[in-house]
Design a protein around this ligand. Structure first.
Ligand SMILES: [Zn+2]
Ligand SMILES: [Zn+2]
Length: 138
């Protein structure tokens, strides 16, 4: 619990119970969660949708969370690596069930591809892999 308080305060935000609860829920799971998934997870703690939504946005603005869209028009949130805010990891989305999971950075080396310098793609900010998750494959 204290580690989350410290984390929140470091960003200049006030450490409040809803913020701590959101961080706790996100830290327990190795996948980014959408607003409605968090609402479900925090339902037992008597937190309303608007409070969770507001705090997700506050913490994203403060650089504590990052927000990703895997192409289904749903924002998903996860705790940002505070040691290296520019570090990002690839995500895997199952095209059958829509589940999104985080992949370790070491699994994908996008920097080697494409190597042609005349390939102007700009800055790659996100790597997204699509396929069928283990559950859907069986
Ligand atoms: Zn699946
Ligand atoms: Zn992730």
């Amino acid at each position: 619990m204290n580690e989350f308080k410290a984390l929140i305060r470091k960003t200049g935000l006030r450490s409040t119970p809803p913020r701590i609860a959101v961080l706790q829920a996100l830290s327990k799971i190795s996948m980014p969660l959408s607003h409605s998934e968090l609402v479900d997870k925090l339902a037992a703690q008597d937190m309303d949708r608007a409070t969770i939504f507001r705090n997700l946005n506050d913490m994203t603005d403060a650089g504590l969370l990052s927000r990703i869209d895997v192409g289904d028009h749903t924002w998903r949130f996860e705790i940002k690596n505070q040691e290296n805010k520019n570090a990002s990891h690839p995500h895997f989305v199952c095209t059958d069930c829509g589940d999104v999971s985080c992949l370790p950075t070491a699994n994908v080396q996008v920097s080697h591809y494409p190597s042609a310098s005349n390939n102007k793609v700009g800055n790659i900010s996100e790597i997204l892999l699509k396929g069928h998750c283990e559950d859907c494959e069986n």
